[in-house]
Ligand binder design. Structure first.
Ligand SMILES: Cc1cc2nc3c(=O)[nH]c(=O)nc-3n(C[C@H](O)[C@H](O)[C@H](O)COP(=O)(O)OP(=O)(O)OC[C@H]3O[C@@H](n4cnc5c(N)ncnc54)[C@H](O)[C@@H]3O)c2cc1C
Length: 331
C-alpha cells in the first residue's frame, strides 16, 4: 500500500449544478481521510469554471482539480475517462470515489479496467484501517445480504457510492479550496463517442437521489391514474417511481422503475401505492428509512416491510393525502 492516501472524488453536475450524490461522496471521502491522513481532492470536468466549481471548493475538500474543456460540458464516458487519466498522469491517488449514478456506473468500471484496479460498486458503508486500507460494504443478493470487501492490487481503488447512503449536513464552515486547472489532451479513444443531443425525460427529480419517492404499482389500475401520484409528489417535492409491470405496460418510463431490474432507491420516505411487495420490488426500496404502503389487500407482503400501512383503495386515499399534505405544507 502506498504512503500517499489522497482520495479523489469525481464530481457530477448538470449545467453547473452539482449533484447532491457527489457532495455525499465528498463527505464520505472526508471521513475516510480523517482516518487515513490523506487529502480529499475533487475532480470537476466541465466547460469552464462555474458556480458548481465554487460549490465544490466550499464543500470541505483540500483542492479542486478543474479539467476545463468545452468537450466536457456534457458527460461522455470516453472524454471523461481520457481527461481523468491525463490529470492523474503518473501520480495516481490512493482511491477514487464517485456516486453510483448512471454516469458513475459507466465511468467507474471503465476507469478500473484501464488502470487494472479493484472496483467496488454501489457501496453503502466505508471504513479504513492501516493494515487493510479501505474496507467497503455493499448489498448483494438483491439487497438480502451485505458483503464486506477489501482491496488488493494496484491503486487507485475505485468505489461508487449509493446515493442517499452517505448523507450529511451541508458543510458551512469550510475555507474555499484552491482550484487547480488542468487541460485534457484528446486521444483517438476520446473521440469514439460524440454527444449529439440530450432529450430531457419526464420528471425533474431523479428517483435515486430523491428524499421522498411516491411509487405506483398495478393497483393504480390505469396509466391515467398516475396523475394522483404526480399531484402528491408535487406537494411533497418527491419523485414518482413505479413497479416493473407498470413500466412493462408502458405506463411509466424505465427510469422510474424501482427494483432488482430497475433502480435502487433509499429515500427518507417511500410511499408504495397499489404495489404488492414482491421480493424483486423490495430489492430496490427496502433500505428506505420510512415505508408507507397503501393497498386494498391487508395481507399484501408490502405490509411486512412497511412502517405505516393504509388498507384501502389508493385511488380514493391519494387525493385525501394530497389535500392534507398541502394544508400541512401551507400551514
Ligand atoms: C427476474 C425478475 C426481475 C424483476 N424485477 C422487478 C423490478 O425491478 N421491480 C419490480 O417492481 N418488479 C420486478 N419484478 C416483478 C415482480 O416479481 C412483481 O411481479 C412486481 O413487482 C409486481 O408489481 P405490482 O406490485 O405493481 O403488481 P401486483 O403484484 O399485481 O400487485 C398489485 C397490488 O395492488 C393492490 N391493489 C389493487 N388495486 C388496488 C387499489 N385500487 N388500491 C390499492 N391497492 C390495490 C393489490 O392488492 C396488489 O397487492 C421482477 C420479476 C422477475 C422474475
Amino acid at each position: 500500500m502506498s504512503e500517499q492516501k489522497d482520495i479523489w472524488v469525481v464530481i457530477e453536475h448538470a449545467a453547473g449544478v452539482v449533484k447532491s450524490a457527489s457532495l455525499e461522496a465528498v463527505h464520505a471521502a472526508r471521513q475516510l481521510c480523517s482516518q487515513s491522513g490523506g487529502q480529499v481532492k475533487a475532480v470537476y470536468c466541465g466547460a469552464q469554471s462555474s458556480e458548481g466549481v465554487k460549490t465544490v471548493a466550499r464543500s470541505g475538500v483540500s483542492q479542486v482539480l478543474l479539467i476545463a474543456d468545452s468537450d466536457l460540458e456534457n458527460y461522455t464516458s470516453s472524454r471523461y475517462l481520457t481527461a481523468l487519466l491525463k490529470c492523474m498522469g503518473d501520480a495516481p491517488p490512493f482511491a477514487i470515489l464517485m456516486a453510483a449514478t448512471n454516469h458513475g456506473k459507466e465511468l467507474a468500471p471503465a476507469l478500473a479496467t484501464h488502470l487494472g484496479s479493484g472496483l467496488a460498486t454501489d457501496c453503502i458503508g466505508l471504513d479504513y484501517n492501516e493494515s487493510s486500507g479501505i474496507l467497503v460494504k455493499r448489498p448483494v443478493y438483491a439487497g438480502k445480504a451485505l458483503s464486506s470487501l477489501e482491496f488488493s492490487g494496484p491503486e487507485p481503488v475505485i468505489i461508487t457510492l449509493r446515493p442517499n447512503a452517505f448523507r450529511a449536513d451541508p458543510v458551512t464552515d469550510a475555507k474555499e479550496a484552491p482550484i487547480i486547472e488542468h487541460s485534457p489532451e484528446w486521444t483517438e479513444h476520446s473521440r469514439l463517442l460524440h454527444l449529439k443531443e440530450i432529450v430531457k425525460g419526464s420528471g425533474t427529480i431523479d428517483i435515486t437521489e430523491a428524499r421522498i419517492v411516491v411509487s405506483g404499482g398495478l393497483g393504480m389500475q390505469a396509466p391515467e391514474n398516475f396523475h394522483l401520484l404526480e399531484e402528491l409528489a408535487e406537494v411533497l417535492g418527491a419523485a414518482v417511481g413505479a413497479s416493473r409491470p407498470v413500466v412493462d405496460n408502458g405506463w411509466r418510463e424505465y427510469s422510474n422503475q424501482v427494483g432488482q431490474t430497475g433502480r435502487t432507491v433509499g429515500p427518507d420516505l417511500y410511499i408504495a401505492c397499489g404495489i404488492s411487495g414482491a421480493v424483486q420490488h423490495l430489492a430496490g426500496m427496502s433500505s428506505s428509512k420510512c415505508i408507507v404502503a397503501i393497498n386494498k389487500d391487508p395481507h399484501a407482503p408490502i405490509f411486512d416491510v412497511a412502517d405505516y400501512g393504509i388498507v384501502g383503495d389508493a385511488l380514493e386515499i391519494l387525493p385525501i393525502l394530497t389535500r392534507e399534505f398541502k394544508k400541512a405544507v401551507q400551514a
